[in-house]
Design a protein around this ligand. Structure first.
Ligand code: EPS
Length: 385
């Protein structure tokens, strides 16, 4: 059995982005339209810039599929770039503070930030959203839903900062609310506030960050590991979210508040379950965000990520011309004012990919029916516990 892994390739203005996924079980029915729907969601969001008017991201499957079913061989997905003008683009002479431009030039010895930004650009996340859509389909087959929504844009949170209050329990309702939102949010009252702050930042030639939340529902308990630090699901999901460009903070459950509260207000009691429950114990609260000891508890997994504002500023920022060494405003071509809504879709994708890794570590098999058998065996064990 091949371990589940993926790798993307492609430059922002090269001919295409591509991802190769290995270790997908054979016999899984793949819906390419659902992948395109996620790619389209990643392109949306109030505050996106000119590039998104050019691109119309669509996936092509180059290998690993026959008659709509996975073969168990590497799955190759390709997203063409319409703005494939890498050879014509001007050099980036003055690196943008906050982007990889300068640190990347120092790493490789370049004097043109273009050589760095083409791969460092968040355009790469289109390939990961395509891979994540595959991971989401696999998880959905086992009753697991991965759902992200935006909590905050430009320092404008909901009047009720408790994310539990914003959460909408009915699946149909929360999908409808998010689909109707220009920010992939769940609170219609925030749309006007966020639109206003984005419009103001645009006028100033500035950019805005924000916070999004990913919830994963329907997870079996016991995914992940406490045997080795980096195998904890907390580590893997944290790494997955930090792998999105511009993510500067990640928190699970109560998050940073755990450092300020006594244990009695942080830990989740274990109580006897009501007689009709399939288990003998219950967890009346979920302050831990669905993870204890680096393992899923079976409660919803709740993780939030903070995104910094995009570093390409129309108003400019102090920088230096790498050829002359003279002070110069950072190179600006175009940018988004905010891409927090897009980042929330990427958050869903990377969370799903990290979860499929641990899911297949536990229930792995060469074909989907083998995975299902291992999943059912564990479900039976849990019922007897
Ligand atoms: C992006 C494409 C890029 C940017 C953005 C994300 O297009 P271009 O550089 O041609 O305008 O809009 O890039 C960044 C935020 C970044 O950090 O580089 C996309 O497809 O998401």
């Amino acid at each position: 059995m091949t371990r589940f892994t993926f790798r993307t390739a492609g430059e922002s203005h090269g001919s295409a982005l591509c991802v190769i996924i290995e270790g997908l079980p054979a016999g899984m029915c793949l819906d390419l339209d659902a992948i395109d729907a996620d790619l389209a969601r990643r392109q949306e969001g109030y505050g996106r810039g000119g590039r998104m008017k050019i691109e119309r991201d669509r996936v092509e499957c180059l290998s690993g599929l026959k008659g709509g079913m996975t073969l168990g061989s590497p799955l190759t997905l390709l997203v063409q770039n319409k703005d494939a003008v890498i050879e014509q683009l001007p050099p980036v002479e003055a690196p943008r503070p906050g982007h990889a431009d300068l640190a990347g030039c120092m790493k490789y010895g370049h004097r043109d930030g273009r050589a760095v930004l083409e791969r460092a650009s968040a355009r790469e996340t289109a390939a990961r959203v395509a891979a994540g859509a595959v991971a989401r389909q696999l998880l959905a087959g086992f009753g697991v839903e991965v759902f992200a929504h935006v909590l905050e844009v430009g320092g404008q949170p909901s009047p009720s900062p408790d994310p539990e209050v914003l959460w909408v329990r009915s699946s149909g309702q929360r999908h409808a609310l998010r689909a109707a939102s220009a920010f992939h949010g769940l609170d219609p009252a925030l749309e006007e506030v966020w639109t206003h702050v984005v419009d103001e930042a645009k006028k100033e030639g500035d950019s805005l960050g924000g916070i999004f939340e990913v919830r994963i529902l329907g997870l079996p308990p016991g995914l992940g590991s406490y045997q080795s630090g980096l195998d904890r699901l907390t580590s893997r999901l944290g790494a997955a979210l930090f792998s999105i460009p511009a993510i500067k903070g990640v928190e699970f459950g109560l998050g940073f508040a755990v450092g300020r509260l006594p244990g009695s207000q942080v830990h989740d009691p274990i109580t006897p379950a009501p007689p009709e429950s399939p288990r003998r114990f219950a967890r009346p609260s979920n302050r831990c965000g669905g993870l204890e000891g680096g393992l899923t508890t079976g409660e919803p997994l709740v993780v939030r990520a903070a995104m910094k504002p995009i570093p390409s500023l129309r108003q400019g920022m102090a920088s230096v011309d790498l050829e002359s060494g003279e002070a110069k405003q950072a190179t600006y071509q175009r940018s988004d004012v905010t891409s927090v809504p897009a980042a929330s879709v990427v958050g869903e994708a990377v969370a799903a990919l990290a979860l499929v890794e641990v899911f297949l570590d536990k229930y792995g098999g060469d074909s989907l029916d083998q995975v299902q058998a291992a999943f059912e065996f564990h479900a039976e064990q849990l019922r007897a516990l």
